[in-house]
Design a protein around this ligand. Structure first.
Ligand code: DC
Length: 220
C-alpha cells in the first residue's frame, strides 16, 4: 500500500502558510500539520522546566517525549491549553533558537511523520519538502515581501489588541528570516522541485485555491 499523499508548504514566517495550509486541508479533507507549533511547544516546555534554550541534549529529550496534543484549533501541553502562549514574542524567539539544534530536529522527525494518514496530509513549515516529506506529491514555497508580511502581522496583532509598530515588526521579521536561512541544519530555502507561490498581492483564499488547483492538476 502506498503512503498517503502529502502537500508540503514551506516558507518564511508571517507569509500566511498557516491560513493557506489549513484552507487547503479543509478543501481536500486532508489532515493538517503545523510543524512550527512543535518547535514552539518544545521551547515552551523547556521554559516551564527551567531548561536553557541552548541545552541541546535536554531539549532533545523534551522533544522526544513532548506531552502535547492537537485538538481541533487548540494545542495542549499536558493538561494546559497553550494555543496562545506558544505564539508570544518571547516564545517565538526561543522556538527559533531551539529549531537550530540538530538533535531537537531529529527527535521531532517521527512525530511529524506520524501525521501522515489517509486520505492525505497538508504539512507546513520550513523543511517539509526537503527533509520530513521528501516524497511529497506537491511542494510549494510560499512567500511574500517582508513589507507585506509585516503588514499582515501588524493587522493580526491589532485585532488581538496587542500593541506593535510596523517598523519593529519588519525588523524582527528580517532578523528571524536571516537566522532561519543561515542556520546549518534545514535552512529556510526553496527546495528543488518546489513551486514558488508569491502571495504579496494575493489573498489567502486565492493562494489556497491555486495550491488546490496545482495538486488536482498534478493528480489528474
Ligand atoms: O512557523 P513558525 O513561525 O510557527 O515556526 C516557529 C519556529 O520554528 C521558527 O523559528 C521556524 C522554526 N521551524 C523550523 O525550523 N522548521 C519547521 N519545520 C517549522 C518551524
Amino acid at each position: 500500500m502506498s503512503a498517503a499523499p502529502v502537500i508540503a508548504i514551506d516558507g518564511p514566517s508571517a507569509a500566511g502558510k498557516g491560513t493557506v495550509a489549513e484552507e487547503v486541508a479543509r478543501t481536500l479533507g486532508f489532515h493538517y500539520l503545523d510543524s512550527g507549533a512543535l518547535y514552539r511547544l518544545v521551547a515552551l516546555a523547556a521554559a516551564r522546566e527551567g531548561i536553557d534554550a541552548g541545552d541541546e541534549a535536554k531539549l532533545a529529550a523534551i522533544a522526544a517525549r513532548l506531552p502535547a496534543r492537537f485538538e481541533g484549533e487548540d494545542i495542549y501541553l499536558e493538561a494546559e491549553r497553550v494555543t496562545d502562549a506558544i505564539r508570544s514574542e518571547e516564545n517565538s524567539f526561543a522556538a527559533s533558537r531551539v529549531a537550530a539544534l540538530p538533535a531537537v530536529r531529529r527527535a521531532l522527525l517521527d512525530r511529524q511523520r506520524s501525521f501522515r494518514n489517509p486520505p492525505g496530509l497538508v504539512a507546513e513549515g520550513r523543511d517539509m519538502a526537503s527533509i520530513v516529506f521528501p516524497d511529497a506529491a506537491l511542494k510549494v514555497f510560499l512567500t511574500a515581501s517582508p513589507e507585506a508580511r509585516a503588514e499582515r502581522r501588524y493587522k493580526q496583532l491589532k485585532e488581538k489588541g496587542i500593541a506593535a509598530t510596523l517598523a519593529a515588526l519588519l525588523q524582527d521579521l528580517r532578523e528571524r528570516d536571516a537566522r532561519d536561512a543561515a542556520r546549518s541544519v534545514a535552512p529556510l530555502k526553496q527546495s528543488p522541485g518546489a513551486r514558488l507561490l508569491d502571495t504579496t498581492a494575493m489573498s489567502a483564499a486565492q493562494a489556497a485555491n491555486l495550491v488546490v488547483d496545482w495538486y488536482r492538476g498534478a493528480n489528474r
